[in-house]
Design a protein around this ligand. Structure first.
Ligand code: C2E
Ligand code: CA
Ligand code: CA
Length: 691
């Protein structure tokens, strides 16, 4: 666009208006001038005609005065615009004609005006074409001597006069116009330049995004108000943008935090599971390029839970931090360490060295992590089980690699912890079997694949005092699975309570049908896992089953292991108290194989200690083994607990135990576990409802 600013537009428009007005004024004054001039010429002509007509009165119609008349007419010579003058007699016969300067053109040619029709015009001034024609009576109308006709050029002098006017007025008018334009320009500039400044200011703000800018006070009227308003608006924008900036910073911090939390473990600052997965995948993608191999080491702490439970979560957290630091110090610099939650760490060694180097690294890790940790006043010890999988044995799939390292770690745990294992395909087969077992338990319980066997408990003389319910599983898919295999898997996969409930229900039914008729004292024991004690509904379920099957008090007893109360003494104690209140006894199973924290024995209501089979097996092997068994028996008696020896296979074992005070025995020497049907045969009439 030609006009870029409002200021220029306003000034140009104003000048245009001034020009139009000036032209209009000029035009009107020209018209006025014309009419004034023609009136002036008319009155002049009238006066001239009257004078001359008066002077002619004594001269016309007198033949001897022809010269005087000519002389008189020649007196018109000083009037440059008189084209012609003629004298007529009363009958309109021309007596004399005079041609003035105005009828002679530049080439000295004479143009006589047409005077043929003057007689018809009558007295007075007439306009004809460019001329004014004056017709004047000579003498009184009553005594008329003739007529005087003067033809006067009107247009010529008018043009001249207008021309003169132009010449005189135009320069002054132009100067005036210029002055007005200049004045307008300067005043317009003065008033309107703030608008230009506003526009420049807006452009500057847009370009710099600097909202702290302020417009200097300037301008008049609305422009001044506009400046104020814009400054006020800028203040609001500034305040808003400051608030916005704070929000943006806050959001930015949040985003960074979220990103950190999405990728890192907050406690140790190590990469977390998802970031580790991404890094492993990226390493896998690079495998082909560099023809290198990747190893994953799955590190799981042994005994972390005990530390955490016994010393508190703060110590546990600190321990994890220290473990992370030790790992960082041990592994090569270019490896990636991550925490997978809990007490599991994963290490990726991208430039995988040969197996022997991996072995020595794993050794260093096992040794390094088992050194004592000093946390506040505690000296804490844990160890680590490590599973190692490499792309040599697991292929180039990140998921597989991690899973295989996990499987190898599990293998290291089951081999006795505090060691490392390399992944092998056989481990995968065992892993798959564990998965199958865990997966088929539920369906097996529904499809009636489980049964309960009973193994008698006897006195030394062979009389029966009870039986232990031992679950059996004959799976359609897996065949016979030993409880020693599937019970630990059920415990780890959270399926043990379903088995326990099924066993409780089954045993209660068998008690109602058979065992309640066996002459007492006779107790049927049910094994409980540590997890069962933590299930709040379990005690309710047991109570419900007792009521449902109408069992007499004291018929059922429960066997628990040391792990049950090690986990949470309060929870276990609450459970034991409820059990005891129902008239059931509590046996401590596998005594001596767990942590054997003897102080617990006084803190929980235990009725019977079951001496584990491994002690019974060792009877007669050495005086020290014998002494150990004797000590256990002695301790139990002093604590007022009953004793039951498990896995008694020989008469010697039985005699030794009996001699030192153990009164109840369970083992192949007496009976193997058997079906209820077989048990009924053994019981004979003892298992029948009295007639
Ligand atoms: P446990 O409670 O210590 O059970 C005793 C185990 O020793 C039984 O093995 C029994 O068959 C075996 N046994 C008894 N006397 C002898 C003997 O003289 N010689 C030998 N070699 N073995 C003997 P089983 O039935 O295979 O059970 C293994 C473990 O499975 C049990 O050990 C128990 O911990 C668990 N278990 C069995 N049934 C259940 C159950 O219903 N619930 C729970 N939670 N655990 C169960
Ligand atoms: Ca048992
Ligand atoms: Ca046992």
């Amino acid at each position: 666009m030609l006009v870029k600013s409002i200021r220029t537009a306003v000034i140009l428009l104003s000048l245009l208006f001034i020009l139009i007005v000036a032209i209009a004024v000029f035009y009107l004054s020209l018209r006025e001038h014309e009419s004034l001039y023609s009136r002036y010429v008319q009155s002049d002509l009238t006066a001239l005609s009257e004078n001359m007509a008066n002077d002619l009165v004594p001269l016309v119609n007198k033949p001897d005065h022809a010269f005087d008349i000519k002389k008189l007419l020649l007196s018109l010579d000083p009037y440059p615009h008189v084209r012609a003058a003629a004298i007529y007699d009363a009958n309109w016969r021309q007596q004399e004609l005079y041609l003035g300067q105005a009828s002679i053109d530049a080439d000295k040619r004479v143009h006589q005006p047409d005077m043929s029709a003057v007689a018809s015009l009558g007295e007075g001034i007439h306009k004809q074409g460019d001329d004014l024609i004056s017709i004047q009576l000579i003498g009184d109308p009553g005594y008329l001597n003739g007529y005087l006709v003067i033809v006067n050029d009107l247009q010529g002098p008018l043009t001249d006069s207008t021309h003169n006017l132009f010449l005189h007025v135009l320069p002054a008018a132009l100067v005036l116009l210029l002055l007005v334009a200049l004045a307008y320009y300067f005043i317009g500039n003065w008033w309107l330049s703030p608008l230009t400044r506003l526009s420049l200011f807006a452009q500057q703000v847009e370009k710099t995004k600097d909202y702290s800018l302020e417009l200097p006070e300037a301008g008049q009227f609305e422009v001044a108000a506009l400046t104020d308003n814009i400054n006020a608006m800028m203040r609001v924008i500034r305040e808003e943008s400051e608030v916005n900036a704070e929000y943006v910073t806050l959001l930015e911090e949040r985003r960074a935090e979220m990103e950190y939390m999405a990728n890192y473990d907050v406690l140790t600052g190590l990469a977390n599971r998802s970031r580790f997965r991404k890094l492993v995948d990226a390493a896998m993608a690079r495998l082909d390029e560099h023809h290198r191999h990747v190893a994953i080491m799955y590190v799981d702490l042994d005994g972390f839970k005990v530390v955490n439970d016994a010393l508190g979560h703060e110590v546990g957290d600190r321990l994890l931090e220290l473990v992370a630091q030790r790992l960082q110090a041990i592994v090569p610099e270019d490896s990636t360490i991550s925490r997978h939650g809990g007490d599991e760490f994963l290490v990726m060694i991208e430039n995988c060295p040969d197996r022997s180097k991996l072995e020595s690294l794993a050794d260093m890790m096992v040794m390094g992590l088992m050194q004592k940790y000093l946390i506040s006043t505690w000296e804490v010890r844990v160890s680590a089980s490590i599973g190692i999988a490499t792309t040599f044995d697991s292929g180039a799939d990140g998921r597989n690699l991690i899973r295989n390292a996990d499987v190898a770690m599990f293998n290291a745990k089951s081999l006795g912890k505090s060691r490392y294992c390399f992944f092998s395909s056989e481990m995968m087969i065992r892993h798959q079997r564990r998965l199958d077992i865990a997966n088929f338990i539920e369906a097996g319980l529904k499809d009636g694949e489980f049964t309960v066997f009973y193994q008698q408990k006897n006195r030394a003389d062979g009389s029966r005092v009870g039986a232990e319910a031992l679950v059996r599983w004959n799976s359609k898919q897996l065949g016979f699975v030993s409880p020693a295999e599937f019970i630990p898997i059920a415990e780890q996969s959270g399926k043990i309570s379903e088995i326990t409930q099924w066993v409780v229900e089954r045993v209660c039914a068998d008690c109602r049908d058979v065992f309640q008729y066996v002459p007492g004292p006779f107790r049927v024991s049910i094994n409980l896992s540590a997890n069962d004690l933590k299930k709040f509904h379990m005690i309710g379920f047991i109570k419900g089953a007792f009521i449902k099957y109408g069992l007499p008090r004291g018929l059922v007893e429960f066997e628990v292991t040391e792990y049950s109360y090690l986990d949470n003494l309060d929870v276990a104690n609450r459970f034991f108290r409820e059990i005891t209140a129902m008239g059931c006894k509590v046996s401590l199973d596998d005594f001596g194989t767990g942590y054997s924290s003897l102080s617990y024995l006084t803190k929980i209501p235990i009725d019977v200690i079951k001496i584990d089979k491994q002690f019974v097996d060792n009877i007669g092997l050495s005086p020290r083994d014998d002494a150990l068994v004797v000590t256990i028996i002695d301790m139990a008696r002093r604590l007022g607990m009953d004793l039951c020896a498990e896995g008694v296979e020989t008469a010697e074992q039985c005699q030794f135990l009996h001699r030192h005070g153990c009164e109840t025995f369970q083992g192949y020497l007496f009976h193997k576990p058997m079906t209820l049907a077989d048990f009924r045969v053994v019981l004979g009439a003892d298992g029948q409802k009295p007639a």
